[in-house]
Design a protein around this ligand. Structure first.
Ligand SMILES: [Zn+2]
Length: 220
C-alpha cells in the first residue's frame, strides 16, 4: 500500500474512532490530514453525505490549498476552514471537527473554556476560545475560526461545535477527546457555581511543562 492510500485509511479510521469515542454522532463532524506529494500541495478530507462506516480510501477527497477538489466525491461542506487552517498553520497536519455534545453546549452559550483546570493548556494557551457564529461552510466561519485558533490548537464555534488541529491524526483525535472532557467538566462546574480560574502565570508554567513532557495534541 502506498503512503497516500495509508493516509486515506487513517482518515477513515479517525472518523470512525471519533464516533466510537462518543465525541461525534452521525455524519456531522469531519476529519482531514495534510497531503504533500510531488506536484500536489493540499490535504485529504472526508466527503459530504456518506456514512463513515461505508467509506473506502477512494471516497476521501484530495483538495489543493487553492480549494480544488479531485476525484468523484464532494468534500465536506466545511472544507473551507480545513483549507484555511492548512494554509495558515504550518503546525497543522491533521484537523478534527466535531459537534461533540458538551463542547457544543458551551458553544451555544458563546462560552469558551477558561483555565478552570490546568489541562486547558493542552490546547496551547490559558483558555479555549469560542469563535463567533457564522453559517456553516462559509468564509466568515473560517475567518472567525482562524482568529479563535491563534496560538491555540483548539477552539469552539458558537452555536455549532469544535475544531482541533495537531501534528498527526492520532494527536488530533486525542485532543478532540480532551477538549470534550474539559467541556463536560466545565459544564458540570457551572451547575454548582463559578469555578476558581488559575492565574496566567500558573498556566504558563503548565504550558512549559507540557512542551517538555509531550501531552496529547502537542508536537512529537
Ligand atoms: Zn460542523
Amino acid at each position: 500500500m502506498d503512503d497516500e492510500t495509508a493516509l486515506r485509511q487513517d482518515v477513515i479510521a479517525t472518523a470512525l474512532a471519533m464516533n466510537a469515542a462518543g465525541i461525534n454522532r452521525g455524519k456531522s463532524g469531519n476529519v482531514s490530514a495534510r497531503l504533500t506529494r510531488v506536484g500536489f500541495d493540499g490535504f485529504l478530507v472526508t466527503p459530504t453525505g456518506l456514512p463513515y462506516a461505508k467509506l473506502a480510501p477512494g471516497d476521501i477527497v484530495a483538495m489543493t490549498l487553492d480549494g480544488q477538489a479531485q476525484g468523484s466525491r464532494l468534500p465536506s461542506s466545511e472544507w473551507r476552514f480545513h483549507r484555511d487552517i492548512y494554509r495558515q498553520r504550518s503546525d497543522a497536519h491533521a484537523i478534527v471537527h466535531t459537534h461533540s455534545p458538551f463542547a457544543t453546549s458551551l458553544a451555544c452559550l458563546s462560552r469558551g473554556i477558561p483555565a478552570f483546570h490546568y489541562m486547558v493548556a493542552v490546547a496551547g494557551g490559558a483558555d479555549i476560545r469560542c469563535a463567533p457564529y457564522a453559517t456553516f461552510g462559509t468564509q466568515a466561519l473560517s475567518d472567525h475560526a482562524l482568529i479563535a485558533l491563534r496560538d491555540r490548537r483548539a477552539c469552539l464555534l458558537a452555536n455549532h461545535g469544535a475544531i482541533v488541529l495537531a501534528a498527526s491524526l492520532e494527536h488530533a483525535l486525542a485532543l478532540a477527546v480532551e477538549v470534550e472532557t474539559l467541556a463536560e467538566m466545565y459544564w458540570r462546574v457551572l451547575q454548582v457555581g463559578e469555578p476558581v480560574v488559575l492565574p496566567e502565570a500558573e498556566m504558563r508554567v503548565v504550558i512549559e511543562k507540557f512542551a517538555t513532557y509531550g501531552q496529547p495534541g502537542s508536537r512529537d
